[in-house]
Design a protein around this ligand. Structure first.
Ligand code: FAD
Ligand code: SF4
Length: 389
């Protein structure tokens, strides 16, 4: 419903280069207001919201969007500073509520239905911790599927990034992170012919307008100067504003030997086991990443870059985009959640978040997570009697 965030000289330059290669660049879809909307202002393009909130309330967050609307209905009560420690179930396999701690006191909150949305790692941990007579291996885990099919997203943080050096200042110091960017999708998903390539999937490639001074000062020197001392300082002084990074996100998949379980040794402050992540590099994603990195190099060079450096794809372990562990699917033998996001084995338990994903596209996950949450909520309302009893 809103136009893209505003463009910049650098983005226009990269768009022209992409078009010269016959590609079709487009502006990133963004969950940031580009124009005033619903009583909230538009983006100020001053950056620094990558790992923090937006004090102009332009960046969408449930704190500004959904939660205030839900509070207005007077049907929502929020218990802040509350940590759920167990989801409780009865002998018939139905959940009856949650145990939680608030200000050092234990409480039980009864519920006709529980929607668990505590992010992939904690969704899985809470299910595995929540044992009962009906679920001796953890809630909704009688088929041993909780924690399976876990995977992290292969992206720039997993060593898929590409850096470039240009002969001119790019002026990309401030912006709205990757949202104020330009994307190439030609080498993602099934958008291209994979014959003879030896991998499935691919990667999206994004260039964007935000490179903070400290990140720029930590840039590599592309073999033109040492990484320390006065020669390094002189090179950074001259070139920091001429370096830029691209963000590549690969299609990522689950494997038999990537999974989550409870750690046998490490415990949290309450004495409960922390989640243990078993993961590592996979050949398919590595090949897809290398292929996309070569395309990114082509794009940078078409734009006039004088040097390009590609990261060594190492594969994700922990990730800010994590998937699986309570996978969604019709077969209860191999999936924890049904097609609506409710547990096959505990029908009044809804599972929200990336933990229900079976694979990941070459995209950020959160809009899909939100869409699935709306879908699960709609289903709960329509099927309230059969789900909640
Ligand atoms: C730095 C960073 C940048 C990112 N950038 C992007 C991006 O550009 N685009 C994108 O699509 N995604 C991005 N992501 C991923 C995105 O943040 C997640 O996909 C999204 O937040 C998942 O939503 P969620 O509601 O499932 O989980 P969360 O947003 O993690 O919400 C879970 C909530 O549950 C609470 N909780 C956890 N355990 C308990 C417990 N035991 N008891 C009570 N409460 C509990 C947590 O406090 C939290 O409030 C980024 C993530 C990070 C860290
Ligand atoms: S750049 Fe980020 S912090 Fe600044 S207004 Fe835009 S979304 Fe908000």
């Amino acid at each position: 419903p809103m136009p893209p965030l505003r463009t910049t000289d650098y983005l226009e330059h990269m768009k022209a280069a992409a078009r010269s290669l016959g590609w079709k660049p487009f502006h990133s879809p963004a969950a940031i207001n580009s124009v005033p909307r619903h009583g909230r202002g538009s983006c100020g393009y001053h950056g620094y919201c990558d790992r923090g909130g937006c004090h102009l309330r332009a960046k969408n967050s449930t704190c500004f969007s959904t939660i205030p609307e839900a509070l207005k209905t007077k049907n929502l009560t929020i218990f802040d500073r509350a940590q759920v420690t167990r989801v409780v179930s009865d002998n018939h396999g139905r959940v009856t509520g949650v145990q939680y701690i608030r200000d050092d006191r234990d409480y039980f909150q009864p519920a006709k239905a529980v929607l668990l949305g505590s992010y992939t790692y904690e969704n899985v941990r809470l299910l595995l911790l929540s044992k009962s007579k009906a679920f001796s291996n953890g809630l909704a885990n009688n088929h041993g599927q909780v924690g399976r099919h876990y995977f992290g997203h292969w992206d720039a943080q997993a060593g898929v990034g590409v850096n470039a050096l240009f002969p001119m200042d790019l002026n990309v110091w401030y912006g709205a992170i990757l949202s104020q960017g330009v994307v190439i999708d030609e080498w993602a998903d099934d958008s291209f012919d994979h014959a003879g390539l030896g991998f499935i999937g691919g990667a999206s490639m994004t260039v964007n307008t935000e490179r903070h001074p400290i990140a720029a000062a930590a840039t590599e020197t592309f073999g033109h100067a040492p990484m320390w001392g006065s020669k390094w300082k002189a090179w950074i002084h001259e070139n920091a504003g001429r370096t830029v990074s691209a963000y590549l996100q690969a299609n990522s998949f689950p494997y038999e030997n990537t999974y989550l379980d409870l750690d046998s040794e490490v415990k949290d402050p309450l004495g409960d086991p922390v989640i243990r992540v078993t993961s590592g590099p996979k050949e398919n994603e590595r090949l897809a990443a290398i292929y996309a990195q070569d395309k990114m190099e082509e794009w940078f060079k078409a734009a006039g870059a004088t040097a390009v450096k590609k990261a060594n794809p190492g594969g994700p372990r922990l990730s800010t985009h994590t998937y699986g562990g309570t996978r969604m699917g019709d077969n209860p033998e191999t999936n924890v959640a049904d097609r609506w996001g409710f547990a096959h084995e505990a029908p009044n338990l809804g599972l929200l978040g990336g933990s229900v994903f079976g694979t990941s596209g070459a995209r950020n996950p959160t809009l899909t997570i939100q869409a699935l949450a709306w879908r699960a909520a709609d289903h709960l309302i329509k099927s309230w009697k059969s789900i909640a009893g």
